[in-house]
Design a protein around this ligand. Sequence first.
Ligand code: ADP
Ligand code: ZN
Ligand code: ZN
Length: 743
Amino acid sequence: MQKTYARVIIDISHEKVDRPFCYKVPEYLLEKVEVGSCVEVPFGKGNTLRKGYVIELMEKPDFALELIKEIRNAQTGVQVENKLIKLAHWIREEYGSTMIQALQTVLPVKQKVKQKENRILLRKCTKEEANLQAEICEKKHQVAKARVLKALVEDEQIPYTLLTQKLHVTASTINSLKKAGLVEEISELTYRNPLKNQGTLTKGKILSEAQEKIVNDVWEDYKNGIRKTYLIHGITGSGKTEVYMALIEKVVAQGKAVIMLIPEIALTFQTVMRFQRRFGDRVSILNSTLSAGEKYDQCERAKKGEIDIIIGPRSALFTPFENVGLILIDEEHENTYKSESMPKYHAREVAEELARLHGASVVLGSATPSMESYHKAMVGEYGLFTLKERLTGGCLPTVYIEDLREEMKKGNRTIFSDRLQELIRDRLEKKEQIMLFLNRRGYSGFISCRSCGHVMKCPHCDVSLSKHTNGRLVCHYCGYEQANVANCPECGSKYILGFKAGTQKVEESFRQLFGDVSILRMDRDTTKTKDSYEEILSDFMEEKAQVLIGTQMIVKGHDFPKVTLVGILAADLSLGVNDYRAGERTFQLLTQAAGRAGRGKIPGEVVIQSYQPEHYSIQRAAQQDYERFYEEELMYRNLGGYPPVSDMLMIQIYEKEEQAGILLGNRMKEYLKEFAFANRMSMIGPANAGVSKINDVYRSCLILKHRDKNVLKEAKTRLEGLLGSCGIDGKIVQFDFNPMNSF
Ligand code: ADP
Ligand code: ZN
Ligand code: ZN
């Protein structure tokens, strides 16, 4: 049946998308009207003609037939809105959600920004003077002032917002620098003066042969009209960013825009300034420190063509550029590229669809590519490039694997193996820096009874409570808190104690063993405020502490040339997780952590402590052998029928009643039975989720697997039909293709 009815939204904004109106598509417009088309429709009592956008086409109207009006006019093609609506439609079909949810994902939140002055801080003295003054400030422990001056040595001018957001500088600091005559503040008008800017733009580095080859190959394809996805496999410091910038320059010169995705945590001051130095005010960033108004402002600037390059986390994909030529995804293996709420899209896949809509190329980069991307490169779907050498100097570290079971046998009751202890003592003496990495938070102590085995659990969630130093027991899922108990609530025994080590515990043990050392600790507790993450890192950078203890946050981004020892305290904690990606995640984390050592001139050493030292993830990470890891992991995925060999659809069910989830799961399974049989699709479950209750909501899941994703998509569409007819919405059932996290 022909789809002759259209849902139209009158205003193209995030807020209005849930109020679509139904119109009839007249015969003569049938060819022209498609999802995303800009149309003219009679609206309201007076039937004034208004501009609207088609978000969906239907066979049947969802409105009283006799009242339906006709679309008057339609335009197709070029507008930004058209592409975004098409993209939303694709997301809806691909991941399963309502059209409204999909539109709310891609459309900007409209918020007028009050005309804000664009303030700039300008250096009023020579580079040398600024450097000298910075050193003087440091001696006087005026660290904030020193930070500003140091930043101004590299760049003559810095946007005010960047100073406050990324360097954590207050107005009073800046005022005192102004009084000293070292800096000057100027406003936007001066800034827009093109002459002023020219001096500050820097050219790119002369590319190495390997870098040059990547740029040439991609560009050759581009000029020949070939559009595809390329993967750059290169360790940190191998020059990937320099390659990205060379490509950006070429694409921008063609009048096209560029979207570059970076995990938020890696979007540091240094990175931002590196891009600003190269591209001036044609580049802008999006991140969570921007207000809704500021974000909207960046979208407006993109639409008006005031900027060509946007850098940001996955949502930067939806920047409304007229014409995108290139999409870059750095650290493409990162979990944060997958959305955790409906629609549960993956930025890499959306980027490829967006690239199709715009005729753009996609470039991915990573030191430890995801199994998915590397697999596509291996089967020839992606172009693959490898950068093997570290351009920043420093050699690869020596890695030791220590078997914790052996330590136990030897009678070592501490969390530091003999070798790690020996190396720590050595570094403490030499005054070199040490990083200690603990795989997960939450091990700070689940509290259990040594007599009866009872574990203290959150009453609302199916997870154990963790003991914090203030003595309270806390649930990391819902925030529930209670006082610690002296006796076991089950058997009354007083031997109810904490297990294992969290970062706090590591710090305590460290002090017991090695005495009074300056230590910084980074975990979710110490980084609660917006800026604390970068503050801790910059303190460590400035050598205010000799030891940094932390969770996986410390292994990303940032170079610490003085770190010569990295200790990974319990490498296998992430292997224990019931999740097919556990091996991959462990390999990535260990590789990144190991890569932290020996960035400077002195060679580094890495100690990996583990209970399963023979596991291939640990072995290959120690050898820094990605290719072999990939082969072994692929074998495992093949056996289990997991992505990237097979596709997987996890149907997540959230119910208030304990049994309801399993019942609903069985109903869906029954509904799909024939389809599954005819297509040889496997169905696993329904079963309780790994975490079976959060906030008093019971969680269960049904898993579908097939080598052809289209079969899974068809199954999803059928289920949507079933669920729709019983009024079950996305609060109860959610779809997650190839999930990234355990559920
Ligand atoms: P990645 O993105 O892979 O971590 P970068 O592009 O940041 O690597 O490069 C690492 C360091 O090497 C940077 O300091 C960069 O300025 C420098 N670098 C990159 N390419 C070159 C080059 N062709 N010549 C000299 N230095 C380079
Ligand atoms: Zn007990
Ligand atoms: Zn809880």
